[in-house]
Design a protein around this ligand. Sequence first.
Ligand SMILES: [Zn+2]
Length: 300
Amino acid sequence: MNVLIRTAMILAVLLTPTMTVAAQSLPLQEPMGGEPFGHSVTNLGNGLYVFRWTVYRNIFLVTNEGVIVTDPLNPIAAQLLQTEIQKITDKPVKYVVYSHNHHDHISGGIIFKEEGATFVGHENLAKELADHPNSMTPLPDITFSDRYTLNLGGRTLELEYYGPNHGDSLAVMRLPEEKILFIVDIVTPRRVAFRAMPDFWPDEWIRTLKEIEATEFDYVIPAHGPHSEPVIDPASIVMEQRVYLEDLMAAVKAAMDSGVRGPDKLRETVKLPKYKDWQGYDQWLPMNIERIWAYYHMGW
Ligand SMILES: [Zn+2]
């Protein structure tokens, strides 16, 4: 299939409602307000699929030589993912690629290990997992320091490390032919930063986003995003995320410089009305503010 046809298929997905081929309810923890239970699979064409479990997403690539799976998420989601893949192909999962070291994204891969998959992750992730082992989460068989290219069945998935940003093991995943990035946790469209920004390094996060923006890509599949919207977004969401963080940091710094003292006063005082329609504005913006206060107050 040529690139033009592929691009047309991707545009069709962008312009039409999410094509859900599977969904079911699960008695699990309550996701954030308005977010869905259950799971779904979206076919973006040419063997590229997006799997959603509650508010989490991964991608998987079906080729004629086997399947590349990204983050297995957790044991329940991984079981559902395996079942969905088996409805699409009888080929085995050959690779599982970890995005970063956080257990909420990468637990449960053991079932793919049992079908013979090779696990891939950043070298820092291997150290973190070795320090915090989980019997459901196999260690990577292949590690890399800066870049790694995975080839299977004529498809290519490139893994790129940008240094510390959210933890210190995060891989941005690139489909070079389609000019699509799969980005976990550091880009979430039209949402303020997650709660108190756990394990996020604000300045390194902004630096990373600038470096990603300087690369060549047209679309982003974010690991989190509003369920009711397409699973694939334009490249501009990376810039929008970066500008939000810059606006947040500038507003907190300006308030501190003007004499607003301490996180409690800052939480009450700092507003970012430009983002009032973004998800989490009322609930999470005060937590974002406290995190940035800590950054300026403590230098961390
Ligand atoms: Zn994370």
